[in-house]
Design a protein around this ligand. Structure first.
Ligand SMILES: [Fe+2]
Ligand SMILES: [Fe+2]
Length: 178
């Protein structure tokens, strides 16, 4: 290599980075963020709707299940409801960081969600509905991760983490079904 730049400095134009960084209104979104920002926010809002529907479904299942023998199942439903809420919080927070608007509108929630609500009466049917919803969520996250690719590593990493949790949830529901 003939150029005298150190490996650290190579390829990084500090002056250009500093000039662009003065655009402080954009917060965490810097000059190099890909032009697909709005599409990424739309993906995150669909995931947010999915998580909110999952919170409602698991919460209803938690309150509906009764009986001493069903306590472990009830506890599992509650844990999942809380973890889906954690996912919703992460997604809403990331949408804000990307200068988007998290959509919590209940009137359009079902249309925007990938997974479905469930009002089954039997515990088996509830577990089955949850397992299907988890499988829907896993697949939706997989496709989102592929779509985002290398465009936004932070969002990608967050989605990978959420998807890993959904895989755990699916496994736990399949265990309960057995
Ligand atoms: Fe989730
Ligand atoms: Fe889940």
């Amino acid at each position: 290599m003939s150029d005298k730049k150190t490996p650290h400095a190579r390829g990084i134009d500090t002056e250009a980075i500093r000039a662009a960084a003065r655009n402080v209104d954009d917060g965490a979104v810097t000059a190099g963020y890909p032009p697909e920002r709005k599409e990424i926010i739309a993906l995150l809002n669909a995931a947010l709707a999915t998580e909110l529907v999952c919170v409602l479904r698991y919460t209803r299942h938690y309150f509906t299940v009764s009986g001493l023998i069903n306590r472990p199942i009830k506890a599992e439903f509650l844990k999942h409801a809380q973890e889906e809420q954690d996912h919703a919080d992460l997604l809403a927070d990331r949408i804000i960081q990307l200068n988007g608007e998290p959509d919590f509108n209940p009137a359009t929630l079902m249309d925007r969600s990938h997974a479905e609500y469930d009002d089954s009466r039997s515990i088996n049917a509830m577990i089955r509905a949850n397992l299907i919803a988890e499988r829907v969520a896993i697949e939706a996250y997989r496709q989102m991760i592929t779509t985002i690719g290398e465009d936004d590593p932070t969002t990608r990493q967050m989605l990978v983490g959420i998807m890993a949790k959904e895989e755990e949830h699916a496994e736990e529901m399949r265990d309960l079904l057995a």
